[in-house]
Structures are given as structure tokens and as C-alpha cells.
Ligand binder design. Structure first.
Ligand SMILES: [Cu+2]
Length: 187
């Protein structure tokens, strides 16, 4: 009864909780793959998930393919000297033995480059993840409405907006994520 009441009070949280998707491949568990909705004609989209390695050996997310984009890249976003930078992880993303790695906005993420279709809220999009040891697995990315996202989890404190002026932005690397950033600005 308490649980139900809590759910009524925190409808949003419970809703997200109920949508947990979980996939297993080898010693890995992939939880809640999701993507952020994109505006029409946006060239790129971002993909996020949690990867748990229950094995005794490290594994690596080396590549993947998506049914809705030309390329699938593994990226890292980080703050360096007050500047947001995004770079492809050319050797893939290591999932250490016994550890959990989270792909989330502002950190590691999948970049779907040259989208062949718009990512609309609540739709699901298929993609295949390739791991060095565990092999391949097809997962579905649930598209979350970027306008309804939980901002408390996005850690805005680390995004210094004053530092994001055009002259300081590393355009060579940031260009690809502009669609997402523009969408965020309209909130
Ligand atoms: Cu990226």
C-alpha cells in the first residue's frame, strides 16, 4: 500500500522505473537504452544506457550499428578548462570486470550520426551493440522527450554557460551535438 501511494506521489519516477528494459549478453547486462528526441531534420542523436559487467574480465563496447542512422560512434563528453569537449573513443568504451558504466548526457554516449529518421518521443529504435568479448546484442532505444527530461539528473552545475560562448567552443568536435543543444535551449 505504501508503495502504491508513493507511486501516486512520484508518478514520474515510478513511470521511468517501470520502463526498465534489460538485456543480457555473456556476462553483461544492458539496462534502459534510451535516446533523446530530436527536432525534425536533426542530423544526429544521442544514445544512453547502463552497462553492468558481472564477469571477471574486462569487456569493451567496440562498435555498433543502428537501423536509423548511417554511423554509430562511441563518444565521451568532458569539461576541460571550462570548455565542453566531445571526442570519439576510438578504442571503444571499457566495461571493467565487476563494474557498472553509465552512458549519460554530459558523459559517455552513443552518437547516431546522420539520422535517417526523426527520433520521436515514446518510439523505440533498434540498434546492435558489439562487445569485444560478449559479442553482439540487439537492443531497443526508447526515445525520451527531451522537453520532459529530468533535469536534476543532468547536472547543470557543471555546465558553465558563461564558458559556452561561440569563441570558446571547440567547434570541430562540438558541431555534431548542436541539434541536441538547440533543442535544450528552447526549454
Ligand atoms: Cu557525441
Amino acid at each position: 500500500m505504501k508503495y502504491i501511494l508513493t507511486c501516486l506521489l512520484f508518478g514520474l519516477f515510478c513511470n521511468a522505473f517501470a520502463e526498465t528494459d534489460s538485456y543480457k549478453v555473456g556476462d553483461l547486462v544492458i539496462e534502459t537504452p534510451y535516446s533523446r528526441s530530436t527536432p525534425p531534420m536533426a542530423p544526429v542523436g544521442g544514445g544512453f544506457m547502463t552497462i553492468i559487467n558481472n564477469g571477471s574480465k574486462d569487456d569493451t563496447l567496440i562498435s555498433g550499428t543502428a537501423t536509423f542512422s548511417e554511423a554509430f560512434e562511441i563518444h565521451e563528453m568532458s569539461m576541460k578548462d571550462g570548455i565542453m569537449k566531445m571526442a570519439e573513443l576510438e578504442n571503444g568504451l571499457t566495461i571493467p570486470a565487476g563494474k557498472t558504466v553509465e552512458l549519460k548526457p554530459g558523459g559517455y554516449h552513443i552518437m547516431f550520426i546522420t539520422l535517417s529518421e526523426q527520433l520521436k518521443p515514446d518510439e523505440r529504435r533498434k540498434a546492435t551493440l558489439k562487445f569485444k568479448k560478449a559479442g553482439e546484442i540487439e537492443v531497443e532505444f526508447v526515445v525520451r522527450d527531451i522537453l520532459k527530461m529530468d533535469h536534476s539528473k543532468m547536472d547543470h552545475s557543471k555546465m558553465k554557460h558563461s564558458d559556452m560562448s561561440d569563441d570558446k567552443m571547440d567547434h570541430s568536435k562540438m558541431k555534431m551535438d548542436h541539434s541536441a543543444m538547440e533543442a535544450a535551449k528552447t526549454e
